[in-house]
Design a protein around this ligand. Sequence first.
Ligand code: AMP
Ligand code: GLY
Length: 422
Amino acid sequence: MNILLIGSGGREHALAWKLAQSPLCSTLFAAPGNAGICEEAECVGLDVNDFAAVIDFCKKNDVKLVVVGPEAPLVAGMADALGEAGIAVFGPSARAAQLEGSKSFTKDICTRYGIPTARYATFEDEASALAYLKQHGAPIVVKADGLAAGKGVVVAEDMTTAEQAIRDIFGGAFGAAGAKVVLEEKMEGEEASLFALCDGENVLQLAGAQDHKRAFDGDEGPNTGGMGAYTPAPVLSDALAEEAMRRIIEPTAQAMREMGHPFIGVLYAGLMITGEGPKLVEYNVRFGDPECQPLMMRLNTDLVELMQATVRHELAGGVAEWSEQAALTVVMATRGYPGAYEKGSVISGLEKAQEDPLVKVFHAGTARNEAGELIATGGRVLNVTALGEDIAEAQRRAYAAVEKIDWPQGFWRKDIGWRALG
Ligand code: AMP
Ligand code: GLY
């Protein structure tokens, strides 16, 4: 079977690496891809926002499955367009992708289905939001309703910060994503992510993971897409994961089905492990990046088989098998990220870093220059991922590999995994 993978990040490199290993995969295409993905797949210069062009490509190249990595094309309706053309897509419809695309949509489902989450209220104008704030006080969490590239959330410890955040969002800081504001009770606890495949009817639990969103050691500095991750997440015991499946993910899949928008793809639940058990922080409708990288290192089951079962509504009775080992990813980013950074710096040493068979370096923002050298073209650039008997060993191995990479313009956190090792 020919497969087309959409995306260009570390997540997509990990997916490409795993898809390409499957005996069920004949040709793997990727659009737009990156220098690492192009080693696993045939990269094609398709405009992934042009759904008609994607459909045309699939028809001409006998593509039977399209795997969508990032959320933006899903929220824009890629799965709907391809589905109408008779092409199977691993990823939800635009309506189902509202679980990530609209915080108020998800919160309303939580209310209707009794899904544990922070208490909240939704506002469409500044004055009512400010009035609610006055009544409830800080700490409080202020969120732009729509997609804001992970930047639309402010955990405000005091009234001034909360007020400013409300004014910023309604003032247009996030464009259309800020037409509505959600104000939420601040939950206390440790965060973890749980992933599950959904075929519209059935759900299949995958593994848990934890990431590091802040740019610098000690969880300091600005928020990023994620500077590292590991799996399993010690805080998410089997019992808590089972509880999250039963009380959060399964009722959500049921809600989507009952609303006539069955969810097909991978559901990523951001959880807060509170004194009262797991509560939902947010949903994403795709794999996490970088969480996907260590997950794929541990996955023993054929990924094409799992994705095929998902799109064919055949997940019932399925299992996903995981290595007993832990996996950990250190993200190497260009100096300056998540602010302004330069592109084009040369990177070397990846072969040396991967001499250890338990290490794999997944690429994110990389390309080859005319001389064939590897260059950095983005903020997050490399995902150095290692397996180990436990998180401590995976961490040692990943950092030993990082040391072998020669990239003066790069930086990385030195403490990925600290929460699991503390
Ligand atoms: P979100 O984009 O909804 O995942 O929010 C980004 C981050 O803000 C989360 O990963 C949490 O660290 C934090 N956060 C969001 N909502 C809450 C909440 N209700 N209580 C505490 N922290 C939150
Ligand atoms: N690592 C967080 C995310 O993928 O949203």
